[in-house]
Write a protein that binds this ligand. Structure first.
Ligand SMILES: Nc1ncnc2c1ncn2[C@@H]1O[C@H](COP(=O)(O)OP(=O)(O)OP(=O)(O)O)[C@@H](O)[C@H]1O
Ligand SMILES: [Mg+2]
Length: 487
């Protein structure tokens, strides 16, 4: 039985919560244990703590003047009942605890047993340690990939760092991953971390780079010299798709002349270039203001270097057991949307046919690619992957600093949520509404979480838990930029 008694149950006792006196103040979130009527140790969690005193205005004034004033304090709290484990199931006692029962500090074996903290053997992703404990929090990689994940926090909350941790684990387990990286942050995973070896030792992590398992593609290799060029096959695009690449979203009126232009050019030269199309639009027999408008937009497409007679093949992009970074740094938002649409559609189609290995796709800045309001070009395919991807071994990790602005139908498909500090009231509300079992206390804790601590919900755990994210083995690329130079 747990040894250290911390307080006693008092007042009216419910089946989900109870109040307790505390001999001294404990931290909110602390795990407690109570023995129920059937002599089972039941895991509970402190959800609120209060400190009452007899320090009235008059006494406080005397204290301020330096008088020795005796202050009487009492501590009490509210605890939620998490339950006891019966095989794979966590149950909650159906008879309320007896008032006056002692409440103990829970010991680690009970915490690990009830929360389900166990290694999933060969398919575990080591995320970090249970907050204030030395218990490892490991997520089942298969479950993550099959049922999708969301990583949410305010800006600078530590999302990309945490995703880096997940990716390191995936690479160790040879899971094929593709990262949509709008800011070019993830290439640094190639290199070993140079940070705080003491922290590494506490978490049992060795610094390590993953150079041999990482490849990077970008439409802009001048800005991103470590990347190989990312191009799409011009010949594989039909008139509508090409118009989208040209930024013409209202395609009506353009489709017929575009189709005629493509047919005309392809007859003589099946491996045509964008310049061939411009030439034909401007100097062909049929000239019109519409064709001139098409030529102008094609000039813009030509500058992006995105379309080539032979584009990057899917077999180059997806390499089994490796991580592919699609570095979109420097690309305009509409071009980024086009790329994501094209890539996500190919992944989905080719996974259906089993032509590429099962893979895990990370979508950074998801609010831009599948917004709740308005429509992005890629919204439809991302919603399809969110709802059907798991059947075909296409997992998704949705990352966003504005949870309230991400399409709800995408977010609701994420069975595992990793939540770091969130302060915006709309985002807090969006999260609270989308997570089962989130208590008021936890919702408050989320708003004050220190960097590096995340709330884990789902992921094979029956109750939400807080985890101190382990340090990165590799270098993190999203360091905040200091405006004042170091002196
Ligand atoms: N677990 C952690 N341990 C130590 N430092 C961390 C941890 N998580 C984040 N940081 C630090 O916090 C800063 C912000 O982290 P990160 O880049 O992951 O934020 P973000 O949520 O992705 O922000 P944004 O929304 O702006 O992309 C970085 O400087 C990073 O080094
Ligand atoms: Mg980030």
């Amino acid at each position: 039985m747990p040894a250290e008694e911390v307080g006693r149950i008092f007042g009216d006792v419910g089946l989900g919560t109870f109040r307790l006196t505390l001999a001294r103040p404990l931290e909110r979130g602390e795990y407690l244990a109570v023995v129920d009527e059937s002599k089972r140790a039941v895991l509970c969690q402190l959800d609120d703590v209060e400190r009452r005193s007899d320090l009235n205005l008059e006494k406080a004034n005397r204290l301020a003047h330096g008088d020795a004033v005796p202050v009487e304090e009492t501590f009490f709290g509210r605890s939620v009942i998490l339950g006891y484990r019966e095989g794979p199931i966590v149950r909650v006692p159906q008879i309320p605890f007896r008032p006056g029962s002692p409440v103990y500090r829970a010991d680690e074996p009970l915490i690990a047993q009830v929360l389900g903290l166990k290694s999933n053997g060969g398919s575990s992703a080591y995320l970090g340690l249970l907050r204030n404990h030395d218990l490892k929090v490991e997520l089942d990689i298969n479950a993550l990939c099959q049922r999708h994940v969301s990583v949410l926090s305010k800006t600078g909350g530590g999302k990309s760092y945490l995703v880096g941790v997940l990716l390191e684990e995936f690479l160790k387990h040879k899971v094929t991953c593709v990262i949509i990286d709008p800011h070019g942050e993830y290439g640094s995973i190639r290199y070993r971390s140079e940070h705080a070896p003491r922290e590494h030792a506490r978490f049992g992590i060795d610094a390590q780079g993953f150079r041999d398992q990482v490849q990077e593609f970008s439409p802009d290799t001048n800005l991103n010299p470590e990347a190989k060029p990312l191009t799409f096959s011009l010949g594989h695009l039909d008139a509508r798709e090409l118009l989208l690449f040209m930024g013409i979203t209202n395609v009506r009126g353009f489709v017929a002349p575009m189709k005629a232009l493509l047919d005309r050019v392809a007859v003589d030269n099946p491996e045509y270039t964008v310049r061939d199309l411009i030439q034909a639009a401007r100097h062909g027999e049929e000239r019109s203001p519409l064709l001139e408008a098409i030529a102008e937009r094609l000039e813009y497409v030509d500058e992006t270097h995105l379309l080539a007679p032979r584009g990057t093949s899917l077999s180059e992009l997806v390499s089994p057991g490796k991580m592919t970074i699609i570095n979109l740094r420097g690309s305009a938002p509409d071009v980024q949307e086009l790329i994501v649409t094209r890539i996500a559609t190919s992944f989905f189609e080719q996974r259906k046919r089993g032509k590429i290995p099962p893979l895990f796709m990370v979508l950074e800045e998801a609010h831009n690619f599948c917004p709740q309001q308005g429509q992005a070009l890629c919204s439809r395919i991302l919603k399809t992957i969110a709802s059907e991807g798991r059947k075909f071994g296409l997992g998704m990790c949705v990352v966003s600093q504005r949870p309230a602005r991400v399409d709800k139908s995408v977010l609701s498909q994420c069975a595992t949520q990793l939540i770091l500090q969130v302060t915006n009231p709309l985002d807090v509300r969006a999260i609270a509404q989308s997570i089962e079992g989130l208590t008021d206390g936890m919702t408050e804790i989320i708003q004050g979480l220190p960097i590096g601590t995340c709330l884990v919900t789902g992921g094979g755990f029956q109750t939400p838990l807080f985890c101190e994210v382990r340090p990165r083995a590799s270098r993190h690329g999203g360091e905040s930029v200091k405006v004042v130079p170091a002196s």
